[in-house]
Design a protein around this ligand. Structure first.
Ligand code: FES
Length: 96
């Protein structure tokens, strides 16, 4: 089993790719969506991605400009796991 968990199952995006983007200055869900297509399917990974952004927000360039997101659909902004649900990333970290 790899130690690089899949965070977004819909797009097949692993944690390492997301952390690289965040460390390079991407700080929003829209920025992540545009660069690697994570969180463009069911939306269930949003909480995990936001957690990674929060965890790594102090690393990497702070002033990198955030380009406009490719998708402005309100449906993509309002999705996410139900409150209290344990996310994929939380489950993975609990089993390390
Ligand atoms: S798991 Fe990321 S959009 Fe479905």
């Amino acid at each position: 089993m790899t130690d690089d968990p899949v965070v977004c199952v819909c797009a097949g995006v692993h944690e390492e790719e997301l952390t690289s983007l965040i460390r390079a200055g991407v700080r929003t869900i829209d920025g992540i969506r545009m660069r690697c297509r994570a969180n463009t399917g069911c939306g269930g990974c949003r909480e995990d991605i936001e957690e990674l952004i929060d965890d790594l927000a102090g690393s990497g360039p702070e002033s990198a400009p955030e380009p406009h997101a490719a998708c402005r659909s309100i449906a993509h902004r309002s999705v996410g796991p139900p409150a209290g649900r344990v996310t994929h990333l939380e489950e993975h970290r609990a089993h390390r």
